[in-house]
Design a protein around this ligand. Structure first.
Ligand code: ADP
Ligand code: MG
Length: 352
């Protein structure tokens, strides 16, 4: 005889689980853009076109020329914890942006999602899911690659919808997301178009096919994304220590900024916002910049994936190094060395 006041434990249904997960994975339209563009990059795309309307709230469409999805795999793409990127046996060894198999089911739970795709050797097909209700796979028209459109984000979760900021603020966050990913992938062409504003607010980062050199491509991309003045005032950075490498560009102290917005950090190609890394960047310039000035830099740390945990947060903008001191030391000493060579010798010792 169970007391009616006694709580009962129930298994949540798939829709509720997906909506809960969506709360973590998709905070705002820019997070949806990030997930969809990362999927395109994981699919080997060389051109990615993003279209948005009303700050991404009514439409986000990402078109790529990547490997596509075979028709019978489309329902799996929308299934929770289904991924083509890892087999689950080695969570320490991740080489792709995605690996959780959470983004598409989450987006399909809180918006109206349609995936149209054509894999090599297959006809094009599409599948739609709306508020967690999945439709059937249907034939579609598409030459190659994948187009994902997400309409009415958060229509199924009105509480979240209420917390959306202005179109302008969401547009800003979306272009910032695209910029960071475009810096990480200088050989991939990106466009962002606002289809609600009569085509205005368009940004284009062309892939430069002229050069196969990463530093040249990166320099050109940074000139487009951050600005020509940054590129002209930036030192090429190349340093390694014990299996960890740092490459990129860091600006001369004379090009410092009044805020820290021009600090772009990447770990194994992933844009990160990590306090420890920002702190190391600040420390590297501490002797050549006053406290109210901020260094401008785009730095890429690369190491064996087993030495860094990208699994810290679903949105994956934090990382955890197995040896944080190594990362900090490399940033501080590598930048101080480059600054000293350029004639900006720190007042104290150059080594860290
Ligand atoms: P994850 O990226 O973590 O694997 P997602 O939910 O983002 O999870 O995507 C699920 C799967 O759908 C991916 O593993 C991939 O196989 C496929 N997929 C998603 N987007 C694309 C795309 N643009 N091109 C090709 N395949 C895709
Ligand atoms: Mg993904």
């Amino acid at each position: 005889n169970i007391d009616p006041a006694q709580p009962t434990i129930r298994q949540l249904d798939e829709g509720a689980i997906n909506r809960i997960a969506a709360g973590e994975v998709v905070e705002r339209p820019a997070s949806a853009v990030k997930e969809l563009v990362e999927n395109a990059l994981d699919a080997g795309a060389t051109r990615i076109e993003v279209a948005i309307a009303d700050g991404g709230k009514t439409l986000i469409r990402v078109r790529d020329d990547g490997c596509g999805i075979a028709p019978e795999q489309l329902p799996l793409a929308l299934a929770r914890h289904a991924t083509s990127k890892i087999d689950g046996s080695d969570l320490l060894n991740i080489h792709s942006f995605g690996f959780r198999g959470e983004a598409l089911p989450s987006l399909g739970a809180v918006g109206r999602l349609t995936i149209t795709s054509r894999a090599r050797g297959f006809e094009a097909a599409e599948i739609s899911v709306s508020g967690g209700q999945m439709g059937a796979v249907k034939p579609a028209a598409l030459n190659s690659g994948t187009t994902v459109s997400l309409r009415d984000l958060f229509y199924a979760t009105p509480a979240r919808l209420k917390f959306m900021r202005s179109d302008r603020a969401e547009n800003q966050a979306i272009s910032d997301t695209i910029k960071r990913l475009a810096m990480a992938e200088p050989f991939v062409g990106f466009t962002l178009r606002d289809v609600s504003g009569g085509g205005e607010g368009r940004i284009t980062f062309r892939a430069d096919p002229e050069t196969g050199d990463l530093f040249d491509a990166l320099h050109g991309r940074l000139a487009r994304v951050i600005g020509a003045d940054f590129a002209e005032n930036a030192l090429r950075i190349e340093a390694t220590r014990e299996g960890l490498s740092m490459t990129g560009y860091a600006a001369l102290p004379t090009y410092s900024r009044g805020s820290s917005v021009t600090q772009y950090l990447f770990v194994n190609g992933r844009p990160v916002r990590d306090k420890m890394l920002y702190g190391a960047l600040r420390a590297a310039y501490s002797d050549v910049l006053s406290r109210d000035r901020h260094p401008a830099a785009a730095l890429f740390l690369d190491c064996d994936p087993t030495l860094v945990d990208v699994n810290v947060h679903p949105a994956k903008s934090e990382v955890r190094f197995s040896d944080p001191g190594l990362a900090r030391g490399l940033i501080v000493s590598g930048l101080r060395h480059a600054l000293a060579e350029a004639g900006h010798r720190a007042s104290s010792t150059v080594a860290d």
